[in-house]
Design a protein around this ligand. Sequence first.
Ligand SMILES: NC(=O)c1ccc[n+]([C@@H]2O[C@H](COP(=O)([O-])OP(=O)(O)OC[C@H]3O[C@@H](n4cnc5c(N)ncnc54)[C@H](O)[C@@H]3O)[C@@H](O)[C@H]2O)c1
Length: 331
Amino acid sequence: MDDSSFWELEIVNCNTLRVFVCISATFRQKIMLRLGFRNSCNISFSRALFTESFHRLLSTQTRGKLEDKVALITGAASGIGKATATKFINNGAKVIIADIHQQLGEETAKELGPNATFITCDVTQESDVSNAVDFAISKYKQLDIMYNNAGIACRSPLSIVDLDLALFDKVMDINVRGVVAGIKHAARVMIPRGTGSILCTASITGVMGGVAQHTYSISKFAVIGIVKSLASELCRHGIRVNCISPFAIPTPFVLGEMSQMYPHVDAQKHVEIVHNVGVLKGVNCESNDIANAALFLASDNAKYISGLNLVVDGGFTSFKNLDFLAPDKVQ
Ligand SMILES: NC(=O)c1ccc[n+]([C@@H]2O[C@H](COP(=O)([O-])OP(=O)(O)OC[C@H]3O[C@@H](n4cnc5c(N)ncnc54)[C@H](O)[C@@H]3O)[C@@H](O)[C@H]2O)c1
């Protein structure tokens, strides 16, 4: 950069702040900042101070939504949970990754840095869920956000007459009982503080029938019901309870299913197959879309939203198209 260099930076989401930066010809080690507040002022900073201040400024712009918050996310070692943990940390939160998969969970926590901590947790074991919540309290003295995200897919016969009730119980244990356990123990520590945000991952398969086989679908209908039932009690304690219903996303969860259904094609093709069932042209549903929804619901931006099922499906469950034949095709 030469001496006459000049930058103008407009920080998104800030009412009036604009930062104009120029490198002064006379003071090579100084940077002149003009802050575009209503009453503009000129301030001189050393380069080091500028860098530090600028990073702090940027970080408050991009990380601020969950600053000083503590979140516990189940099933955060991969997929939607991991994307959400990443998003929460980037927004200033401390995140506890609670997952049954120890190695993957530890790797994820390491990858996400010092604001991520892993704890082994099988959501079917109430004591594990309780320990994870207590761990959050002992480490950070508070739990602001509990995201009950862990869940499993299941492949079972399509007809009710062939339903495998042992498999049904197993899926309910994780997808439903695990969610109830998470809410129960989060509420235990949130009620005394009179505040908290609880999230759960439901699914479009819990919004309309016929999108998945019965066992999984029933488990996700139950999650949406749990949210509404518990929101009715916890609102009296200042605690919000919401869920998110994602469309199909090619996470390990879905790709596992795809590889069983289409063993003759590669992983890239499996991703393509999943994306092709979406209805919204030009975009695909990704874990990051769910992380954005979770960030919104967890943050103060949603401070008056409770009992909601936020459907992230590009409109899929909102309509059916009546594909009448074009007039020229009818004789
Ligand atoms: N991917 C999709 O298309 C999709 C769509 C709708 C809803 N969902 C839901 O999203 C949630 C996350 O799924 P994903 O797609 O990120 O899958 P994923 O397989 O990438 O992640 C699920 C995580 O849950 C963990 N887990 C499984 N059983 C557990 C248990 N008993 N205790 C604790 N952790 C456990 C796994 O180790 C894994 O890390 C699930 O509840 C799933 O039902 C996924």
